[in-house]
Ligand binder design. Structure first.
Ligand code: PA5
Length: 462
């Protein structure tokens, strides 16, 4: 199996004007990283970083595959109801490994594995649109919520439950539900236990955005035929490579340290992830959530006040060369672009030779679509470099389960290491609590005070 690697050459001096001096990387930055690494290891030993153990939790894999290979295969459609970390992992896995057209394929093309839908936003149009296309009698609804109390997911569950009761009857409805939730607590677990609904556990020390390699992501993957052993083997391989205190040998450490340095020293707090592959587009949304929710904080890890956090931006090559790139090349020098290059797309589409007398078209003949993507990524990286704009490239050998496992572990470890570098707790998200409490109050949840929110002032509604 080939390793995912990272090419940081376009962040380094002298190649990049104003880039990181190699001796700084080997000296000061290596020392800074070593302290962050020690903090990660301290938290690992304290049992706080459950995601690091997931590749080795064979009992969880057995539980997942028993469900996926057993009653999971009775269904034509699987709908995941989950938001944030409880939906984005499954979505990114589906798009990367099954392809963006999975749900449009025939049963034969899908080898009779079910279609996979992700329902995250409680948007009534999306909900009705999906329900109109599903036969509840042939659908499994996988309700995914670590807390078991997220308003959006619970509302979708209730709406689904009514429809299930109507179409298959209250008794059979249970056989169309699967709850993935905290292994001990929460309202969803309570409902599941009371009603005898099958459940999969999310380990206590695995938070939402670090849960893709737990049953949260593994069940949707396994039920659609993804090789979860290869996925976890890839994650394990990356986890082992990143158990390395030497900065230059630790890919996740290198990414975290250079992005951190680009911000605090180089004034570049915007971190763009830009793969040149449609199948990795939803991975950029997964990364965006991971990086933003983990690192955007108003307090240091010790609780003292300190507003900080890089802004992740999801982009796609080559599409955003015709949208965002102008800003990246000539706009404020506040960004680092992290490209992703898929070395072998596994598909070759030759570009035919035609119109030899039209030079604007003729030069393309004889190449391939894959070759064009590679060339555009290289050319764009070089254009940025020449303008003094720092960029790096994650090299992905090919998009398969092993590589995806590596990528998830790579970005998750980089996030925890970046948390230590920024001196914030990457595992919490206190900033989203107030909005949740206000929503509960406005929606009339028992025990929560109805908040006073001023009505719109007509003077300011234009
Ligand atoms: O990363 C996180 O913790 C969040 O994004 C959660 O995944 C998201 O809020 C959904 O939470 P839950 O799984 O509890 O429904």
């Amino acid at each position: 199996m080939t390793a995912v690697r990272i090419d940081v050459g376009n962040l380094m001096a002298p190649r990049l004007a104003g880039g990181v001096e190699p001796q700084r990387l080997r000296g000061e930055l290596s020392d800074t990283f070593r302290a962050a690494f020690a903090e990660m290891e301290r938290r690992r030993e304290a049992g706080e970083l459950g995601f690091l153990d997931l590749p080795y939790r064979t009992e969880l894999v057995r539980e997942v595959t028993a469900v996926a290979d057993g009653f999971g295969q009775w269904f034509e459609d699987v709908a995941v109801l989950g938001i944030g970390g409880s939906g984005l992992g499954a979505e990114s896995l589906r798009d990367a490994l099954l392809g963006p057209y999975w749900n449009a394929m025939s049963d034969e093309e899908r080898d009779h594995y079910p279609r996979l839908h992700i329902l995250d936003n409680p948007d009534p149009h999306t909900f009705r649109g999906l329900m109109a296309r599903l036969d509840p009698a042939r659908t499994l609804f996988n309700v995914v919520s670590k807390s078991g109390a997220t308003a959006e997911t619970m509302a979708l569950y209730l709406a689904v439950r009514d429809r299930l009761d109507e179409s298959v009857g209250p008794d059979k409805a249970r056989g169309h539900l699967l709850f993935t939730t905290d292994h001990r607590r929460g309202a969803l677990r309570r409902i599941g236990e009371e009603e005898g609904i099958p459940m999969l556990p999310v380990p206590e020390n695995v938070g939402g955005r670090f849960s893709v390699l737990s049953p949260v992501g593994l069940l949707p993957a396994a039920v659609t035929g993804v090789d979860v052993d290869a996925l976890l083997a890839g994650a394990a391989a990356m986890e082992q490579r990143c158990r390395e205190p030497e900065l230059l040998e630790n890919p996740a450490g290198l990414l975290a340290t250079l992005l951190y340095d680009a911000e605090v020293r180089g004034g570049r707090p915007i971190h763009v992830l830009m793969p040149y592959a449609d199948r990795l587009r939803t991975l950029t949304f997964w990364f965006q959530q991971l990086w933003a929710e983990s690192l955007g904080k108003k307090r240091r890890a010790d609780g003292s006040a300190h507003i900080h956090g890089p802004t992740p931006v999801a982009a796609l090559g080559a599409v955003d060369q015709h949208s965002l790139l102008q800003l990246f090349v000539e706009g404020p020098p506040d960004k680092v672009i992290l490209f992703m290059e898929v070395e072998d797309h596994g598909q070759e589409v030759p570009i035919p030779v035609r119109h030899p007398d039209v030079p604007e078209v003729a030069y393309l003949g004889g190449h391939t679509l894959e070759g064009l993507l590679h060339t555009e990524r290289r050319a764009t990286a070089e254009a940025l470099r020449r303008e003094g704009r720092p960029n790096a490239t994650v090299l992905v050998p090919t998009i398969d389960a092993h590589a995806m496992g590596q990528l998830y572990m790579f970005f998750q470890m980089a996030t925890v290491l970046a948390g230590a570098l920024y001196d914030v707790d990457p595992l919490d998200q206190p900033g989203v609590e107030l909005g949740k409490q206000l929503t509960y109050g406005l929606m009339g949840r028992e025990g929560v005070e109805v908040p006073e929110i001023p009505d719109p002032d007509p003077e300011w509604v234009v």
